[in-house]
Design a protein. Structure first.
Lengths: 247, 257
């Protein structure tokens, strides 16, 4: 208990400073509303249903884009490692597209899919895809060939080897790639929501900011940050659980 | 024979890229989709060349690059300093460890409206936004790197009469450099991604703002040529970081690979 208190004391100090600075007149309260005002605004956003409604919209688009990115990315990465023609076809494209700052694709998605959920999902999907492809490809390529040969020699079909040897062996690297993709998906979703508007927490934050409702805007920023932080923590736990078979 | 094989492999690498570009051109010219949704590759390249010659493109690209690199440099300097400070000072570690472990996975992009509120919509806000987004990976990498420097190496240097300043600049920093550099290589693309988002959201000059304007005016060749230009800039930056790494770490075993 005391150890935890000592560890998290800095956060408490920051919270205190946040409360005190505007109250003591060190910063203007409209540039940084006191923490208590932000907390009050947060309760207001929650009670009005805005936070839940926009949060659910964000969550839906994030899960759809990230989920699609993981499924397609893992499949593509493993196929690249497993079938030479796929590798020769896809690898150069991956390499040439990888350095493209993914946020630049949001306007194209808006041109193609309009101002709506589809553009947000597609932006998240494209942002997550390449890191997952590369991690699955590297993971599957790094599989010990002896394992593959023994499984084949023991009479396993190629498909079974793929599912039962290659995929599990590539799993640690895939999971690390997905963690990067998770962080990227938040960036792209919030960016797309800023630009497309209409719905989502990113839209809520920028709407409140433009309207000058700064305590509520800060409440939204804190919410998105907290969701991103806890999503990462949750993912780390999931990762530990999925890799529990490793020594 | 080995040369032939390498050459064939090199050519094969381009086949799929050329095939994709050809498919793009054919699909666009056959009007499978409207020219508005997908302008032909040749149209996009002609537009790109035109914008370069007319002098419309390069100042914008230069501005974006300047902001992204300024933000990245701030993040690099602050991140390395803070990371080393955390590794060396128990007080700094006590205070910053929880803040960094929250800041690293947090989606920093959500702070964009806060940066607009505090710093306006001009260079300062855009540069600081990129720096804020890129600084955490640098802190964590520098911290881990400084922790990882072998004690034995530091002790030998001390016993040979190195001063504390020398110890930091001539022993600890070079030993920590490979890992710090890995952090920088993570941070640079983040700075560029966030810079472009900031420009798109805040408007003004710079390639991000330009692309959004072109999108609003339904100028799709403009949008696509902007993206091609950003892609080229991104590739050059990634390659440049690899080259600098090889240059800086010539003495390191990794360079021999």
């Amino acid at each position: 208990m005391r150890a935890a208190l000592l560890r998290y004391a800095p956060l408490l100090l920051v919270a205190l400073a946040w409360e005190a600075a505007p109250r003591l007149g060190l910063v203007r309260p409209d540039a940084l509303p006191p923490l208590s005002a932000v907390a009050h605004a947060w309760v207001g956003l929650l009670a009005s249903g805005d936070l839940v409604r926009q949060g659910l919209s964000s969550l839906e688009n994030l899960v759809a884009g990230l989920g699609l990115g993981i499924v397609v990315g893992v499949a593509l990465g493993i196929l690249m490692a497993w079938y030479r023609p796929v590798e020769m076809l896809v690898n150069p494209l991956v390499r040439i597209l990888y350095p493209l700052p993914r946020s630049a694709l949001i306007p194209v998605m808006i041109l193609w899919l309009g101002l709506g959920a589809a553009s947000k999902i597609a932006s998240v999907f494209l942002g997550c895809l390449l890191p997952v492809v590369l991690s699955a490809y590297n993971g599957a390529r790094g599989v010990d060939q002896v394992l593959v040969w023994s499984a084949l020699a023991a009479g396993a079909s190629r498909r079974r080897v793929l599912w039962e040897v290659v995929l599990p062996a590539a799993m640690p690297e895939i999971l690390a790639g997905v963690r990067n993709a998770l962080a990227l998906s938040f960036i792209l979703l919030v960016a797309a929501e800023f630009l497309i508007g209409q719905r989502g927490l990113g839209y809520l934050i920028s709407f409140l900011g433009e309207g000058g409702v700064y305590d509520a805007m800060f409440a939204g920023v804190v919410t998105v940050s907290a969701v991103g932080f806890f999503a990462d923590r949750l993912y780390l736990m999931l990762m530990g659980w999925m890799l529990r078979w490793r020594e | 024979m080995a040369g032939m094989k390498a050459l064939r492999h090199g050519l094969l690498r381009w086949v799929s890229i050329l095939a994709l570009l050809a498919a793009w051109e054919i699909v666009a010219r056959a009007h499978v989709v409207s020219a508005f949704l997908l302008p032909a590759f040749s149209t996009v390249m002609a537009r790109l060349a035109g914008d370069v010659i007319s002098g419309e493109l390069l100042p914008g690209i230069g501005l974006t690059l300047y902001r992204a690199l300024a933000g990245f440099s701030l993040a690099a300097a602050a991140g390395v300093a803070v990371g080393i400070l955390i590794a060396r000072s128990p007080l700094a570690r006590w205070f910053l460890d929880p803040l960094v472990s929250i800041g690293l996975p947090m989606p920093k992009i959500a702070f964009l409206p806060v940066f607009i509120l505090w710093f306006g919509v001009f260079d300062t806000a855009k540069i600081l936004m990129a720096a804020f987004s890129a600084v955490f990976p640098v802190i964590v990498a520098s911290w881990a790197a400084a922790e990882g420097v072998e004690r034995a190496m530091l002790w030998s240097a001390l016993s040979l009469g190195a001063g504390r300043r020398q110890l930091l600049w001539e022993i600890a920093l070079p030993a920590a450099l490979p890992q710090i550099f890995t952090g920088l290589q993570v941070a640079l693309p983040i700075a560029l991604i966030v810079e472009i988002v900031s420009e798109m959201a805040m408007g003004g000059e710079g390639i991000g703002g330009t692309i959004i304007m072109q999108m609003r005016f339904a100028d799709s060749p403009g949008v696509f040529s902007g993206i091609v230009a950003i892609a080229v800039v991104g590739s050059i930056l990634v390659k440049a970081m690899e080259l600098i790494r090889r240059r800086l770490l010539v003495w390191h075993p990794e360079a021999a690979r």
